[in-house]
Design a protein around this ligand. Structure first.
Ligand code: FAD
Length: 406
């Protein structure tokens, strides 16, 4: 990267911000990462990393560390929440890796975050500045001016020729760029907990990702921490829960939702588990998505419902496309950013739509659920994989590779 290429400011040290910082630093760009939190701890929950995301992290050299912490489930097993009947299955493990060229992993969020953070800290081109909340951004031609509030309450001004807002669902940069829409609450909340593997009901044991479909709700579980813990996510309609985010959940709410589940799963509500709850939102990407030398990435640009397990994956894909666009136009940052945004809009919209559609299918009540179950029973695992080829088969663009080959 030539010396005169503008240095970058990345706002937010979540999955998207850290991946972006690593990719830009590896191009030789110097990166400052502002994170508003003072302690970089993550929710006690898991995350699924599908091949479209894992291939980017593997290309960053994080494969061996991820493989040490992640679990590779053998199969996705879909069952009825009320009867326990198996409805369908889709091979994961080696089949997924062979078909899409990268692993399908499940991992504890704290492990993923620590790994990304360690890689960023080891990178001489990255400066991580925690306890720094970006409160405003003003675009002045090809430069941007940021206001940054310190943990002590002071305000600092910072100028940059490249700013990436990876500041999540409640982004401060999105409204600062002129999009005053709020994320749209979709009437569902997610309750999450982890349970020692030895203590889960037998129906949840094994090296699988389990998906249980009920009326107006579904439940997902998979092993994390090398199989020591099982991550459980319960998604259900929650008309009143518009504004909860990683809040302590009422055990009674969990019990109420699990009332339609088979008895073995209902026991989860009787235990003193630390359930936490999130309201679920999405929002189509803003138009325009960025301005001048400023752009958005991940949940800040296109929050997505978690019914396809793709919000983090989209943020990682964004980072790869952004880095590639900047590799192609190292000096003309605004052009590179507009090319990145144009490339990502259709993908983000498609994933958002597919996630909403999954919610509709997962949460059907009878008689529609009976038809759904019949269709699922007739769909082979191979056919399910083929249906998701557009999603999991995504490949990062390779401007640098093309240029080197020319
Ligand atoms: C129940 C549930 C299950 C999910 N499961 C999956 C899954 O299995 N797979 C998957 O890929 N995705 C999943 N997701 C989605 C995924 O968690 C998010 O899409 C992903 O974390 C988004 O990453 P991000 O980096 O864009 O934002 P975030 O992870 O939200 O990071 C934003 C960062 O910016 C910081 N920040 C915010 N404002 C400022 C500011 N003004 N100044 C400085 N810093 C700031 C925040 O503190 C935070 O560290 C799930 C989501 C939910 C709710």
């Amino acid at each position: 990267m030539p010396d005169s290429a503008p240095s970058a400011v990345v706002v937010g040290a979540g999955i998207g911000g850290l991946t972006t910082a690593l990719l830009l630093a590896r191009q030789g760009r110097s990166v400052t990462l502002f994170e508003r939190r003072t302690a970089l701890d993550e929710a006690g929950a898991g995350i699924q990393l599908s091949p479209n995301a894992s291939r980017v992290l593997v290309a960053l050299g994080l494969g061996p560390a991820l493989a040490r912490h992640a679990v590779t489930p053998d199969e996705l097993v879909v069952r009825s929440l009320s009867s326990g009947r198996r409805l369908a299955g889709m091979p994961l493990g080696e089949t997924m890796r062979a078909r899409f060229g990268a692993p399908y992993w499940v991992i504890h969020r704290a492990d993923l975050h620590t790994l990304l953070l360690d890689a960023a800290r080891a990178e001489p081109n990255i400066r991580i500045s925690i306890g720094r909340k970006v409160t405003a951004v003003a675009v002045e031609g090809a430069r941007a001016r940021l206001s940054v509030e310190t943990a002590g309450g002071a305000t600092e001004e910072r100028e940059a020729g490249l700013v990436v807002g990876a500041d999540g669902l409640w982004s401060a940069l999105r409204p600062a760029l002129g999009d005053t829409r709020k994320p749209v609450y979709r009437g569902y909340a997610a309750w999450r907990t982890t349970v020692p593997a030895a203590e889960v009901p037998d129906e949840m044991a094994g090296n699988i990702t389990g998906l249980w479909l009920g009326r107006g709700m579904h439940l997902v579980h998979y092993p994390v921490c090398r199989g020591r813990l099982v991550n459980i996510v319960l998604v259900a309609r929650a008309e009143g829960s518009v504004n909860v985010w990683n809040s302590k959940a009422e055990q009674a709410d969990v019990a109420r939702h699990l009332a339609q589940a088979l008895p073995a799963l209902r026991t989860l509500a009787d235990r003193p588990l630390d359930w936490r709850v999130w309201s679920l939102f999405d929002l189509p990407p803003p138009r325009p998505w960025g301005r001048g030398p400023v752009t958005l990435l991940g949940d800040a640009a296109h929050p997505v419902l978690p019914f396809l397990a793709q919000g983090g994956a989209l943020a990682i894909e964004d980072a790869a496309v952004l880095a590639d666009a900047l590799a192609g136009e190292p000096h003309d940052v605004p052009s590179a950013l507009r090319a990145y945004e144009a490339a990502r809009r259709p993908r983000a919209l498609r994933v958002q739509q597919a996630a909403r559609e999954n919610g509709r299918i997962y949460h059907m009540a009878a008689p529609f659920s009976l038809v759904r179950n019949l269709v699922m029973a007739r769909t082979s695992g191979e056919a399910m994989l083929a249906r998701y080829a557009w999603l999991y088969g995504w490949q990062p663009p390779q401007h640098e590779a093309r240029r080197n080959a020319a």
